[in-house]
Design a protein around this ligand. Structure first.
Ligand code: HEM
Length: 357
């Protein structure tokens, strides 16, 4: 199994890229792809890597260290789901996840950040992480966030962002001058925060969009690769709370609300892929695909149960975006490969400390 195995079609010919419509394919050499800013084959290791231990140390220094908890997305709830892929998806990718048979999924919903007591009733990031358990012992893991863009395009930029926000141990407050300097030098890093601040508090974990933000390639049986970025959209629609409603809900309503919603009306998401066209940048999570790109529904994810507490199957899992089935391949976005090791370090720390979530 492996994403990189898919970079070259079995016949050894150059990778072909489906650029426009699902029905239209174009043959483009890898060099041309680079020229046009389309993803080069295979996940890129960053040319400016951050040591994984130093990265997780910096998460703790900036956001706080909460033993037993994930260093990001700490307050969460585990759920199970079932995914059924569409015929359109099978046209784009050979991945077994799209067979049309029901695929079991482990789901973890969370509030962004390191605080296990993060309030549910304030604006900000919500997450939906997924593990699809596929035939032949393949798995697909992904972390999706309630913003179409991420706050860093490279591991270095994320690291520097965290450094700029690190509170002084004496005062507990970050240096405003360091924050200002970072913001001035990295305007694209502020877009995610601006987006989240513009959105209402989600009424439910089941009523907000979750974007993948990083680009991936979908490889079909002819070896044609369609790059794109995905979003999970609630079938019942997006719903936010007014500020007054959010206040009334209190800081801990999302877990019970999800249990109730799943039991009473059901929660489901369409898994939609926005298709990249020639010249689109799929290698930078701070840049969304342009408006008006074709969107294909790859399948529907239905949430089938919600764990009684915060543990369950998610406790010892991490959602590593480099674990994917045959038929899916990473873009050259350096943030993808950069996530694998820090996730493992965070997992190792929280398990050793005594996993609580
Ligand atoms: C180099 C970049 C990144 C680093 C170092 C990083 C680091 C981390 C760490 C340490 C965790 C906790 C892992 C665990 O204990 O299981 C985590 C969780 C998470 N990250 Fe990242 N992250 C990065 C980029 C991203 C990006 C671009 C996204 C956008 C999709 C993302 C989405 C998530 C989500 C949704 C979770 C929670 C997953 C769960 O519920 O277990 N991360 N991240």
């Amino acid at each position: 199994m492996g994403a990189n195995d898919m970079a070259t079609p079995p016949d050894g010919s150059k990778e072909r890229i489906r650029m426009m419509k699902p029905t239209l394919s174009t043959t483009v050499a890898a060099a041309a792809l680079l020229t046009f800013g389309v993803s080069a084959p295979g996940a890129a290791a960053s040319d400016d890597p951050i040591d994984a231990v130093a990265f997780v140390d910096q998460f703790e220094a900036t956001a706080g260290k909460y033993e037993g908890y994930r260093r990001s997305g700490a307050k969460g709830i585990c759920a199970t789901g079932e995914f059924v892929g569409t015929a359109e998806a099978r046209g784009l990718s050979t991945a077994s996840v799209f067979s049309g048979e029901p695929i079991p999924v482990i789901v973890r919903f969370s509030v962004g950040g390191a605080r296990p007591d993060a309030p549910d009733n304030v604006r900000g990031q919500r997450n939906m992480a997924l593990q699809f358990d596929l035939p032949n012992r393949e798995r697909w893991q992904m972390g999706n966030i309630s913003s179409p863009i991420f706050g860093a395009s490279t591991p270095r930029q994320l690291f520097e962002l965290l450094v700029s926000r690190q509170p002084d141990p004496e005062t507990g407050v970050a240096d405003p001058e360091r924050i200002r300097a970072f913001n001035e030098a990295n305007p694209e890093a502020l877009r995610q925060g601006a987006y989240l601040a513009s959105q209402p508090v989600p009424a439910s974990y089941g009523s907000v969009n979750y974007w993948g933000v990083n680009g991936y390639g979908f490889v079909n049986s002819d070896g044609v690769v369609q790059y794109g970025k995905w979003v999970f959209e609630p079938t019942a629609g997006v719903k936010g709370l007014t500020d007054d409603e959010a206040k009334t809900k209190g800081p801990d309503f999302l877990f019970d609300e999800l249990r109730q919603r799943v039991a009473e009306e059901g929660v489901a998401f369409d898994f939609n892929l926005k298709l990249a066209e020639l010249g689109d940048n799929v290698d930078d999570a701070t840049v969304p695909l342009p408006e008006g790109r074709d969107k294909v529904t790859l399948g529907t994810l239905k949430i089938t149960s919600v764990a009684e507490d915060a543990a369950g199957a998610c406790l010892t899992l991490t959602f590593n975006p480099m674990i994917m089935p045959e038929g899916i391949k990473p873009s050259a976005d350096p943030m993808l490969a950069a996530r694998a090791a820090p996730y493992a370090i965070s997992l190792s720390r929280r398990l050793t400390e005594g996993a609580k979530q």
